[in-house]
Design a protein around this ligand. Structure first.
Ligand code: TMP
Ligand code: ASP
Length: 236
């Protein structure tokens, strides 16, 4: 496998083509972005920890039967993935109230959500990633009803697997965002799972170990990610 040219550069990752049209290289950069790119900083070791964290989680999810794009780690900052035809939606599951849910509905931060909620957001920075529903997705052709149903099923299955994994490390999986695409006709988990796209709290102190440390200027951002990785048993 040979890395070729830059295909696309997002806010935190760059994507390269390879000599195989079915595979791409994801490069995790140190760029850290929040508020739809309005706040951006370079954080030492962030690309590395997110790449390693994502590889660990994707492997666990694959082992549990979730179809993912992840193939293998290539270096500290690069992973080989399948090339998906991406669905432009973000699937968010929440176990505890935080972030935009608290702002939108006025519920108390930390309130347990039973059953957990499922929300869809349109991937569009210019519009501020607006919340959308299944009817919008069908009407505007972002995803078929069957694809939405499968994304929802997989997103909740991921919740069952990861909630317990984090709990075993004394962490609460508050919420997270997944992105999917299609590979050979199958809805497949893409993008990344890292503390950039989820909320993780210490189970006892509720200290934040995710990108809210960056959003809220709390400091110790990468240290929080690395601590979460160690608690999952990763050798970092
Ligand atoms: P929210 O509370 O801002 O709606 O975010 C819910 C979860 O989804 C949180 O863990 C952060 C993640 N997320 C992203 O990673 N990227 C996004 O663009 C959005 C809207 C949410
Ligand atoms: N990842 C998005 C951004 O950079 C949203 C966020 O995490 O706040 O802008």
């Amino acid at each position: 496998m040979e890395k070729r040219e830059l295909l696309y550069s997002g806010k935190a990752k760059s994507v390269y083509t390879t000599d195989d049209p079915d595979y791409m290289v994801l490069e995790f950069r140190n760029d850290t972005s929040a508020f739809d790119g309005k706040k951006v900083e370079q954080l030492d070791r962030k690309g590395r920890i997110n790449n390693l964290f994502n590889a660990f989680i994707m492997q666990k999810l694959s082992d549990a039967g979730i179809p993912t794009h992840f193939e293998k780690l290539l270096s500290d900052n690069e992973a080989l993935v399948k090339k998906l035809d991406m669905i432009p939606l973000e699937c968010v599951v929440r176990n505890l109230a935080a972030g935009s849910l608290v702002r939108r509905l006025g519920v108390e931060e930390g309130k347990e959500l039973n059953p957990p909620t499922f929300e869809l957001f349109l991937k569009n920075d210019a519009l501020g990633d607006p919340m959308v529903n299944e009817s919008h997705a069908a009407t505007f052709g972002w995803a078929s009803e069957a694809q939405i149903a499968r994304m929802k099923e997989l997103t909740f299955k991921v919740n069952e697997i990861l909630k317990q994994m984090f709990l075993d490390g004394d962490m609460l999986l508050v919420d997270y965002k997944l992105e999917f695409g299609v590979f050979n006709g199958e809805v497949t988990l893409g993008d990344e799972f890292s503390p950039d796209g989820c909320r993780l709290w210490d189970k006892n102190t509720r200290e934040k170990m995710d990108k809210d440390r960056f959003r809220q200027g709390l400091g110790g951002v990468v240290e929080g990610y690395e601590e979460a990785a160690r608690r999952l048993g990763m050798d970092i």
